[in-house]
Design a binder for this molecule. Structure first.
Ligand code: THU
Length: 163
């Protein structure tokens, strides 16, 4: 039996088309790229989330001479939110990148570990986290849920939901 998995997403080409609250987190994600510590990759990632209480929390990647000890912007942000506002839900999350070295373009796609962290956070809060990826000249990619980027993701269900 053949099955197909498809993901629906939207591309917004113009900044002014976006709702104000989304423009705010996109701006925060872009400015958070300046807070990255990325001397090894030269790839600055910024992430910002709009919480249920209206607050915006942002984070950036923090690298380490021992490469695996570095942490991505998305997980820095999730840890900050969970530490500063335990139990507070995230409504929207935006990711942006800035890189002189790679001239990266296209959507600021999160890595696999961050996708895993994002779907776990979404499951834990029991409410969808919408995702906005800043995509350079292409505009902004919008996904209704972070889990749209992680089909067949590993969840607590596999562990028997013993949280
Ligand atoms: N990085 C992130 O911050 N988020 C991702 O989802 C992809 C990768 C960081 C890790 C490292 O500091 C640099 O980008 C290059 O991989």
């Amino acid at each position: 039996m053949k099955k197909k998995f498809s993901v629906e997403y939207e591309i917004f080409t113009a900044y002014h088309e976006l709702p104000e609250s989304i423009r705010e987190i996109i701006d925060a994600a872009i400015s958070a790229t300046q807070k990255a510590y990325a001397p090894y990759s030269g790839y600055n990632v910024g992430c910002a989330a709009l919480l249920e209480n209206g607050e915006i929390i942002s984070g950036a990647n923090q690298e380490n001479a021992s490469f695996p000890a570095g942490i991505c912007a998305e997980r820095t942000t999730l840890s900050a939110i969970s530490s500063l506002h335990p139990g507070m839900a995230i409504n929207h999350l935006a990711i942006a990148i800035q890189s002189e070295r790679t001239k990266a373009n296209g959507p600021a796609a999160p890595c696999g570990i961050c996708r895993q962290s994002l779907i776990d956070y979404e499951a834990r809060q029991g409410k969808k986290i919408s995702l906005w990826l800043v995509a350079g000249d292409e505009g902004y990619y919008y996904f209704r849920s972070v889990s749209d980027l992680m089909p067949f993701g590993f969840t607590s269900k596999q562990l028997g939901d013993k949280l």
